[in-house]
Design a protein around this ligand. Structure first.
Ligand code: PMP
Length: 315
């Protein structure tokens, strides 16, 4: 028998994976530091849109007393989220980062042959999570100002909105989101990962729309990306389905403890947001090709020169 090689087995990979774009978060910081001859400690890594100031010191302190022999108890985290968002716990679900929330929501609503509307360009996980459920992304171009076209084709089962949008950095207007909700029977997932930097949330719309889920994370303004803390505000009927489908203990006890402490120190988070927004505006003044941003990152319209500009910025 001839020895089979990788190609004989790679044919089993799901075909849609070949069409997905790579997640591009810039060069590896350690390699870049080495190449530029600087110490990694002197570098501030911004390419994953984290909070470079880190979390509240209370989050680190909270790790001391975490019981490790028990399964995690997410109730204190839910209560802290309830105080922060103004929604009661039946309207809240949690996951190991918003990425897990997105994948779980897709598993509730998308199956083979279904379609999900994805306004392009946007965060690449929506397409991956859609495809992994056997469903197909339906990419719809945004308007010139990166708003979402509210003409939602019939038969779409999910719509992914992102405000402020990664990568275009603009927030969607309430009218724009409302127009999408008016137009469709699909489940609308509104990703508010960067909402603290925009100042205005549309989560209040969940009270009026039984098909709206708003995803959030502690990875950005709260500086806890490494702890993997995501949550969503959802109508209770969707939250119930979520709890049936989601892994029970995906957020570890140390992460939950850090999350509770961070949510009790909102002054820290707000100060980080203030400093980030001020740095964002300082950078934007120096970069004529950067568009106005409501997030903690800038979207540059560079034309074909982007690699050279990225290298200059890195330096
Ligand atoms: N949504 C958007 C728009 C993002 O940019 C990111 C992270 N880059 C996420 C969700 C994922 O967040 P988390 O770290 O909570 O998984």
């Amino acid at each position: 028998m001839p020895v089979k090689d990788k190609a004989d087995f790679a044919k089993n990979i799901l075909p849609f994976l070949a069409d997905l774009e790579e997640d591009e978060a810039g060069p590896d910081p350690l390699l870049a530091a080495k190449r530029l001859g600087i110490s990694p400690q002197d570098m501030v890594v911004l390419s994953r849109n984290e909070n470079p100031y880190g979390p509240s010191p209370a989050a680190r302190a909270a790790l001391q007393d975490v019981p490790m022999h028990r399964y995690p108890d997410s109730r204190p985290f839910l209560e802290a989220l309830s105080r922060y968002t103004g929604f009661f716990p039946p309207w809240l679900v949690t996951g190991a980062g918003m990425d897990e929330i997105i994948s779980t929501i897709c598993r509730i609503f998308l199956g083979p042959g279904d379609r999900a509307l994805i306004p392009a360009p946007t965060y690449n996980l929506y397409a991956l999570a859609t495809g992994l459920c056997g469903a197909r992304p339906f990419y719809q171009p945004r308007t010139a100002s990166f708003a979402v076209n509210p003409d939602i084709p019939d038969g779409v089962k999910m719509v992914f909105l992102c405000s402020p949008n990664n990568p275009t950095s603009n927030a969607l207007s309430e009218d724009n989101v409302q127009a999408v909700l008016d137009e469709t029977d699909a489940i609308v997932f509104l990703d508010e990962a960067y909402v603290e930097f925009a100042g205005k949330s549309l989560a209040g719309l969940v009270r009026e729309h039984q098909n709206l889920v708003v995803g959030r994370t502690l990875s950005k303004a709260f500086g806890l990306a490494g702890m993997r803390l995501g949550y969503a505000i959802a109508p209770p009927w969707i939250a119930e389905q979520y709890r049936r489908v989601a892994p029970m203990f995906s957020i570890s006890s140390p992460s939950l403890a850090a999350g509770v402490a961070a949510l009790q120190d909102l002054d820290w988070m707000r100060e980080c947001v203030k400093r980030t927004v001020s740095e964002r505006e300082r950078m934007r003044e120096r970069l004529p090709c950067a568009l106005p941003s409501q997030a903690n990152f800038l979207y540059l319209q560079t034309g074909p020169e982007s690699r050279g500009i990225a290298e200059q910025l890195l330096k």
